[in-house]
Every structure is written in structure tokens, then in C-alpha cells.
Design a protein around this ligand. Structure first.
Ligand code: UDP
Length: 340
């Protein structure tokens, strides 16, 4: 049984990936510092799979703790590294926190890979590295644009660090550039649990429908898009989790054609904010309070993935549509709020 370390494994995408890995027959170790999630997620994972993953509460910034972890757990076949801070606005306010949380921690992990001969590494990257695309859909050859936020910059820097390390060591790595992850596990036992006011569209929508928020603000309807609202590629988190399993399998089987590969992970379909709102209303039968407000600084107009490389090389393709993703997000929100 191959043993995979998942950092940030109790987070939103991490927890769904742990489930997918366990179902695919991997042994999973989780590191999480619980900074943006709850220990209850461990229970949710265990209820779904009937396999309690090994869990250590650990902060990857603390080098000694990281070293000690790798001394205690050997024979790790691969690492999937999710643990990172992800709030764009917060990163502008506190850039050092972001560089420490997202870059220092990566360096600590890569140092341990070298010491312990771990050669398979998956990194959580983001379509934010593309900035405002010159053409759509966007493929992996598109230029990396200067990052708008420290958060985005940490993703760019991290990809560069990993690529440089791959060049001079036995490390083989894949960066998955996520588009917009949404939805929850069909069991209703794990999902997205934003701390405080949600920054992302779908949790804001579900919290508004649940009565936790008064109304959704739609950031702009005067963009150069068919209905004036921004366009994104919303990918079901279960599909995204599956992409990680495909990626680690590829590394373990030594199928990577170069030592460092990047893949877009999206559906290839662009949806506007207003389309998401009406799909949510149609799928759930709920009526959503919303108003149009000013544009949000830093938002790109439209971005959606060219998924050919992931389809062909990873042999991965999104299986769920937006309706399924929104239905699962709503089922999860209702469960969290105790709504029947
Ligand atoms: N958005 C919105 N209201 C919100 C949150 C998001 O209108 O309360 C819009 C946002 O302007 C963007 C889209 O929804 O066009 C997706 O935003 P999100 O923050 O979820 O993801 P991003 O693409 O910015 O990473």
C-alpha cells in the first residue's frame, strides 16, 4: 500500500482528496495546523471511508516539528501539499504572513524530500497565475502575468521553486492549477467551511439562501461579457480531488514526461456570476436575495480552462456539471445549519 502525506488534509480540497486517495487504496497521513478548519473534518472523512487517516496537528512553519515528523513517519511515497493561506485580501494586508505560510513551508517540505529521498510531489497551484488571459480558453502555455496579490505571487514563486528543485534532484512534481472549486461530497459529511464572512461566490450564495447572510453582492454587471458579470470555470471539488489521485498515480508510475509538469484543472466551461445565481435558484428551488454592487478590485473579467492537457496526459476529465456542484453545496450548507 502506497503511503501519501497530505498537508492541509483537513481543509476543503484536502479533505475531499484524502477521501479519494483512501478509496483508491492509498494509506494517508494528514498534517494540518487547524488554522482554517475544524478537527471534526477528520470524523467526516472516517465516516465516509471507514478508514481513520493518521493525523498530526503540526505547523509546517516550525522546521523542527517538520523534521521530527519525517523522522517518525518513513516510507512516504508521495506528498500532496495543500497547506497554505488562500485569502487574497488578507495577503495584501499581511504579505509576510503569506510568504511565510506559503513559501517557507514549501521549502521545509522540499528539504525533507531531499533528506528522505521522497521524489513524488503534487502542488496546489491556481489559475490566478495567468492573471487576465489574453485569449480563452487558457492553456498551460499561456504567459504567467505579474501577480496582483501576494497570495498569487506565492503560487508563482512556489511553482518556480519546485521547478528549480526538480532540475537538480530526483524530485518529480506536478502543479495543478485549480480554477474555481465548488460543491461538497455527496455524502454531505464534508464540504467547505469558510471561517467568518465567505470571500468566494458559492459559499456566499449558500449562506445567503440559508439566511446567514442578508443578501449576495454581485461585484459588477458592466464587464465586457454577455450579461456583464464576470466569468469563471467552476469545478466540482470531487472532480478536483480525483485529479490529485490521477496526478499522484502518474508520478508513482514514473509517467511524467518531464520532471515538472503543470496541468489546468477546470471544466473548460465558463459561467457568469448571474448564470451561477440562476442555476442555484433553478436547482434548489430557493429564491436568492442579491444586489448588483461595484466591481471588486483585482477581479479578472473572464477565465476558463483549456483542459486538453489534463484530459490527454492525466487521463482526467470533470464528471460533474455545475448543477450537481450547486446542489451538493446547498445540501452541505443545509446540513451545517440544521435546515431540513
Ligand atoms: N463574487 C461576487 N460576490 C461575492 C463573491 C464573489 O459577485 O460575494 C464574484 C467575483 O467577483 C468573481 C466570481 O464571483 O467574479 C468568483 O469569485 P470568487 O471569489 O469565488 O473566486 P475568484 O475567481 O475571485 O478566485
Amino acid at each position: 500500500m502506497k503511503r501519501i502525506l497530505v498537508t492541509g488534509g483537513l481543509g476543503y480540497i484536502g479533505s475531499h482528496t484524502v477521501v479519494a486517495l483512501q478509496k483508491a487504496g492509498y494509506e494517508v497521513l494528514i498534517i494540518d495546523n487547524l488554522s482554517n478548519t475544524s478537527i471534526d473534518v477528520l470524523q467526516g472523512i472516517t465516516e465516509i471511508t471507514n478508514i481513520p487517516p493518521t493525523f498530526e496537528r503540526l505547523d509546517l512553519r516550525v522546521k523542527n516539528d517538520v523534521t521530527s515528523f519525517f523522522e517518525r513517519y518513513n516510507n512516504i511515497d508521495g506528498i500532496i501539499h495543500f497547506a497554505a493561506s488562500k485569502a487574497v485580501g488578507e495577503s495584501v494586508e499581511n504579505p509576510l504572513l503569506y510568504y511565510e505560510n506559503n513559501v517557507t513551508t514549501l521549502i521545509h517540505l522540499l528539504q525533507e524530500c531531499k533528506v528522505h529521498g521522497i521524489s513524488n510531489f503534487i502542488f496546489s497551484s491556481s489559475c490566478t497565475v495567468y492573471g487576465e488571459p489574453d485569449s480563452l480558453p487558457i492553456d498551460e502555455e499561456a504567459p504567467i502575468k505579474k501577480a496582483i496579490s501576494p497570495y498569487g505571487n506565492t503560487k508563482q514563486i512556489s511553482e518556480e521553486i519546485i521547478s528549480d528543485v526538480c532540475n537538480v534532484s530526483n524530485l518529480n512534481a506536478i502543479a495543478l492549477r485549480y480554477f474555481n472549486p465548488v460543491g461538497a461530497h455527496p455524502s454531505g459529511l464534508i464540504g467547505e467551511l469558510p471561517v467568518g464572512i465567505p470571500q468566494n461566490l458559492v459559499p456566499y450564495i449558500t449562506q445567503t439562501a440559508a439566511g446567514v447572510r442578508k443578501e449576495l453582492s454581485i461585484f459588477g454587471n458592466d464587464y465586457p461579457t454577455p450579461d456583464g458579470s464576470c466569468i469563471r470555470d467552476y469545478i466540482h471539488v470531487v472532480d478536483l480531488a480525483d485529479a490529485h489521485v490521477k496526478a499522484i498515480e502518474r508520478l508513482i508510475r514514473a509517467e511524467n514526461s518531464t520532471k515538472f509538469r503543470v496541468f489546468n484543472v477546470g471544466t473548460g466551461m465558463g459561467k457568469s456570476v448571474l448564470e451561477i445565481v440562476s442555476a442555484f435558484e433553478r436547482v434548489t428551488g430557493e429564491t436568492l436575495n442579491y444586489k448588483i454592487v461595484d466591481r471588486r478590485p483585482g477581479d479578472v473579467v473572464a477565465v476558463y480552462a483549456d483542459t486538453k492537457k489534463a484530459n490527454d496526459e492525466l487521463r482526467w476529465k470533470a464528471q460533474h456539471d455545475i448543477d450537481a456542484a450547486l446542489a451538493s453545496a446547498w445540501a452541505w450548507e443545509k446540513k451545517v445549519r440544521g435546515i431540513d
